[in-house]
Each structure stands twice: as C-alpha cells, then as structure tokens.
Design a protein around this ligand. Structure first.
Ligand SMILES: Cc1cc2nc3c(=O)[nH]c(=O)nc-3n(C[C@H](O)[C@H](O)[C@H](O)COP(=O)(O)OP(=O)(O)OC[C@H]3O[C@@H](n4cnc5c(N)ncnc54)[C@H](O)[C@@H]3O)c2cc1C
Length: 397
C-alpha cells in the first residue's frame, strides 16, 4: 500500500480527466491521475473535431490544430451534394494525442501527479476515505484519497461495481487514416446503406492525408471497409494499406453520476452529443461542473452522495434537454429509408432552408436541439413530417 494520501484520485487521462485534474490542482488540491496507457502510447481513436467554443475553453494552445473547418459538403444517399459554408471558422480538427498531452501538461504544471501504465482495477469506498487499487507497471498498489473521479471513458466495470448503473446502449465508431487526393473540406455521407442509423465522414488533416470514418449501430468495421473500397474505386485513396481502429460511444447516460466520495464524468457518464457521437465538449462541460461541485465539497468536508448530487442536477440542467432530443432525433432518423433521407435533402436544398438555418440564431456547432426543432417546424416535406410525428410522441414540438 502506498503511503500517499490525495484529495482526489482521477481515473483516466483523457480530455475530461485531465481537465478536472487541471481545475482541481489549480484550486490547490492534491490530485493524482491514473492512466492505464503509457505516456508515449496515449493514442485514441477519434477525429478530434471540436468547436471554436470548446477549443477556447480547453485552451490547449494552437500547436494541436491540424485544420480549420468553415465549410462542409453533405452527401445524400444518391450522392447529391449540399455544400454549407460560414464566414467564420466553426471548428478545428485537432490532433487528439497532442490535445490529451497538452491538457495533461497543464494539469501537471499546476501540481497534478500522473501515473501512466497504471490501470485502476478496483475502487473501494470507506467511511474516512476511498481507495483505488492499481497495477502500477504491473505491481499491485493501493492509493487513498478523499474522493475519486471516474473519467475512464466508456468502460462500465467501475461505475457498475460502485452501484451507479450501466449505460446499455452504444454506437461503434470506426476510423482509418488515409493518404488521399482532393479532400480539402469536411465531407459527411448519409444513408442507411453507408452507415446504418448514422453517417460517415472524410476529414482532411493535412494536404494529402484524411480521416475516413463512420458511426454505426453494428458492423462498423465492415461498413467502413465498404466505404473505403468505394473511395478507392473513385481514385481518392492513395494509401496501399489502411488500418481501421474502432471504439464504442455511449448512447444514454449513467443512472447516477455521483455517489459517496465519487463523481463520474465524460464518456463514462454518457456526456456525448447523440447526433454526432462527439464527446469532447460535453465531457469538458461535465468536468467543469464536477470541478466546481467537488471543490466546494472538499472545502466543506462534505463528500456525501447527497452533497455531490448537485453535480448531476447541474449537468442535467445544462445538457439534459439537448441529450434527450438528440436521442429521439437519432432514433427517428434510424427509421427513415434512404428515399426519405433523399427527400430531406431535397427539402433542405430546394427551399434554401439549409442556407437560412446556417445564418440563423438556431445554428450552433455544439447545441443541435434548436436546429432540429427549427428544421421540423419549417418544412412539411413528408420525411420531415414523419420525423416530427415520431418525435412528437415524446418531445413537445
Ligand atoms: C471514431 C470516433 C471519432 C470521434 N470523433 C470525435 C470528434 O471528432 N469530436 C469529439 O468531440 N468526439 C469524438 N469522438 C468521441 C471522443 O473520442 C470521446 O467522446 C472522448 O474521447 C471522451 O473523452 P473522455 O475523457 O471522457 O474519455 P477517453 O478519451 O476515452 O479517456 C479515458 C481514458 O481513461 C483511460 N482508462 C480507462 N479505464 C481505465 C482504468 N481502469 N484505469 C486507468 N485508466 C483507464 C483510457 O486509457 C483513456 O485514456 C469520437 C469517437 C470515435 C470512436
């Protein structure tokens, strides 16, 4: 057993874990972060698209930026293209490895202690503290703290063991880095054949490289392989070998994201945009709220579940409606046929609605519920009426 006693132990050095480590260490707390990967192998399967709002709040430094996004080509199932462009940069594609390292290094500069190659295998709550059982470079060690934050991504074992529930539903995201020709802006492909229930993407990361990926309810890798073959036939891929990586993305939230001396943030809590599977910003908002609640609880030495429940109330107040409508919209979209998706493209394009929405106050890169409601209210095209009907059973439209 290690003699060290911390204020807070954080499990996971992803963007959510390292950001809360930074905030808490900046407030003067003793913080330890345990990460199962080694410092040199922090690689994550992620495209790294974050809004300018998220980038400014994370403040990782401009070195992490690969490309800027101010235009997108949306492709219908038949290949019809709808190009959207804004005057200002809406988002950045960041190098995820550099992003994670930059946030970790900010936390370290405030005094947070990092233990790499150190998976946490168990959390043991006690009356006067809480313990984390770890395998530091393979050697079993126990560390104690006043509180633990689970920021370990979509891994159900530890939250379930602590009686916080389990997120049952998920999507699988698959992605490959390719050498590519003529990929100079973000491309998004819709259609149940291409990516069942979701979408595929092509994202430029340098002049001749791009990420190709998709989200799917199942069989993400075979669908991506098919999509890659199509791109290859079109002569857009120049790489000979392509390695596909995949990762699960939660769809739904944890029943309880707090307990005695415990908080859960980021993907682990289900803080992910259901419409896109993007979790960096919502996890960051979760981390920010958790840091405030935990700072206060540490200050008053009240780390009971009752006190920490404020965290869940606050993050649900900020994101709950957005998540709820996003789940419903995703569910309704999955029920559309490719013909109906084509019909939505027609409605968006022919009436100039897409352009109007883009320039309206309903458009936001991160918050999609207002945009979804606005689209549904503006058009009487049949597929949108169908979505509206499916959604109206649960949401007030
Ligand atoms: C293909 C794909 C593309 C994506 N693209 C985007 C995108 O463009 N924009 C976006 O916002 N989101 C994107 N996402 C989602 C995004 O990757 C996640 O939402 C984000 O990484 C969540 O951050 P996190 O800190 O909560 O968890 P993670 O980034 O998953 O970090 C968790 C960390 O905990 C560590 N860990 C796990 N268990 C333990 C343990 N027991 N002990 C110690 N350490 C542990 C892991 O090694 C990991 O480093 C994408 C996902 C996929 C699959």
């Amino acid at each position: 057993m290690s003699g060290q006693f911390y204020d807070v132990i954080i499990v996971g050095a992803g963007p959510a874990g390292s950001y809360i480590a930074y905030e808490l260490a900046s407030s003067g707390h003793d913080v330890a972060v345990f990460e199962e990967k080694s410092a040199s192998r922090l690689n994550v399967c992620c495209t790294g698209i974050i809004s300018t709002e998220c980038f400014q709040s994370l403040d990782p430094g401009t070195d992490v930026i690969l490309t800027k996004v101010n235009s997108t080509k949306l492709f219908s199932p038949s290949g019809r293209c709808l190009r959207l462009q804004t005057k200002n940069v809406q988002a950045y594609v960041v190098n995820r490895l550099l992003l994670d390292k930059a946030i970790a290094s900010k936390a370290q500069s405030q005094g947070a202690q990092y233990f790499f190659s150190s998976p946490v295998i168990d959390i043991i709550p006690g009356k006067d503290g809480i313990q984390a059982e770890t395998l530091c470079f393979g050697a079993r060690e126990i560390f104690s703290a006043r509180a633990v934050v689970l920021a370990n991504g979509f891994r159900p074992k530890l939250p379930r063991k602590l009686g916080l529930g389990k997120i049952k539903s998920f999507l699988v995201g698959a992605q490959a880095e390719i050498e590519a020709k003529n990929v100079d802006e973000l491309e998004v492909y819709f259609g149940q054949e291409i990516a069942p229930g979701s979408f595929a993407w092509l994202v430029p990361i340098s002049t001749n490289k791009a990420y190709v990926g998709l989200l799917a309810t199942s069989q993400a890798k075979p669908h991506l392989q098919k999509f890659l073959n199509n791109l290859s036939c079109q002569g857009r891929i120049t790489s000979r070998e392509v390695e596909i990586e995949q990762k699960a993305i939660p769809v739904g939230t944890l029943a309880r994201s707090y307990g005695d001396r415990v908080l859960v943030i980021g993907d682990a809590a289900g803080q992910v945009k259901p419409t896109t599977g993007g979790g960096i910003y919502f996890g960051h908002i979760g981390a920010r709220i958790a840091a405030e609640v935990l700072d206060e609880a540490l200050g008053s030495d009240n780390l009971t579940a009752g006190q920490l429940s404020r965290y869940q109330k606050q993050w649900k107040a900020k994101m709950g409606k957005e998540l709820f409508l996003g789940y419903r919209a995703k569910w309704a979209y999955a029920k559309l046929s490719d013909r109906q998706i084509e019909g939505i493209f027609n409605a968006l394009d022919s009436s100039g609605m897409a352009e109007a929405l883009l320039n309206s106050s309903d458009f936001s890169f991160d918050w999609h519920s207002r945009l979804i409601l606005s689209v549904l209210r503006r058009s009487s095209a049949y597929p949108l009426m169908k979505m509206r009907h499916l959604l109206s059973r649960e949401a007030s439209l």
